[in-house]
Design a protein around this ligand. Sequence first.
Ligand SMILES: *Cc1c(COP(=O)(O)O)cnc(C)c1O
Length: 459
Amino acid sequence: MWCWSVLCLSWYPGEGMTLQQIAGDDWQDFERKHVWHPYASMVSPAPMFAVQRAEGVRLFLEDGRVLIDGMSSWWCAIHGYNVPELNAAATAQMQKMSHVMFGGLTHEPAARLAARLLEIAPDCMQHVFFADSGSVSVEVAIKMALQFWQAQGCEQKSRLLTIRHGYHGDTFGAMGVCDPVSGMHHLFARMLPEHLFADAPTACTDADWDTKGGDEAQIADFRDKIETHRGELAAVILEPIVQGAGGMRFYAPEFLRRVRTLCDANDVLLILDEIATGFGRTGRMFACEFAGIEPDIMCVGKALTGGYMTMAAVLTTARVVQGVHADANGEGAVLMHGPTFMANPLACAVALASINLLLASPWQQRVAEIEAQLKRELEPCRALPGVSDVRVLGAIGVVEMCEPVDMALVQPMFVELGVWLRPFGKLIYTMPPFIVDSKELRVITNAMNEVASVLSKSP
Ligand SMILES: *Cc1c(COP(=O)(O)O)cnc(C)c1O
């Protein structure tokens, strides 16, 4: 009790502050003291940059500075900000309804978005479950896999197999399949189910895709685990080709092809998490296209609404749907999930407009141009002593440092250089909006070169 009140007094200097009092110029100060940020300390908050508005690839800060956005707001805003087509879709839908419950009711935006998603997704995808965030879609995908086997009387098939360096979200089911080291396993070990982790394939650049992918040693541990545990495995879950928040690693399509073959041979479903890779980011609409394989269950999110609002979806096959409802126990099996904001009409309308805008644009050419420029302009970083690797795939450019990046030092440096980049761990990376032009991208790559070079000099 004593500790608690001392703590409160020491870091709630705004105690007694009323809503009216903060309505003025003090809101940034109030925010700093009371509002949590992702993976950040609430007791000693890092400096924040307040954004007043955003347009195209630019973020306009409250203090008047303008930044070129190299992050697409955590990889979502593929068309940039304040996009006329998306604004129009949101406004038109809002005038009809922003939301209605999806239990017992339905609406045209959900139907049209589902149709569009199934049209662009791998052929065998036939059904759509709308979820409210990427993590939740991973939970739903896992439930689908578990219920699939349960409904057929195979209750023992209840574990998942994945590879190291993965990231699938922050909710409990998703955390259970995140990398056990870089994920949060040590904090929540007692609460997390024990899934299986196989060695990840070697990270590669496109130049060595063919050679590394053909190597049997890459898949040996995965093969061993799936064959040994097939009787207890419901599904394999992976990010195809690009492992994102677990390390920005690219791996060979051949590995994914072998995973597909092993899943089939061992009666295990394959869940592909395309939340980061979907909607053109890698140069293909979905990254599984590199391997020419199709999943049993697929998660999409992030760029789904072009970064306008939170929404994700789980796509699946007719076989999985039939399996889930097979009902070996005679209890009328249905998928046990239903978020309050399921298939939110506003999000559906904007997502449909975003996909239409993508399809109407020369996105493949744009992403290929971004890829070529990133390769050209990030390559000089490789020669710096503090840099351990430079890799580029589609509109993803990564400079991996030898040591973890000091954010307190680096974040203001990027802002000073006029760009918004947010490194993590040893990784300085960019995933710009597809509408970035070559001059703007040049500002981003210059900043990455500059910061990597300063970090290479500091002891
Ligand atoms: C971001 C991400 C998630 C989680 O999505 P949220 O919308 O943040 O819950 C899951 N999987 C991958 C691959 C991601 O990149």
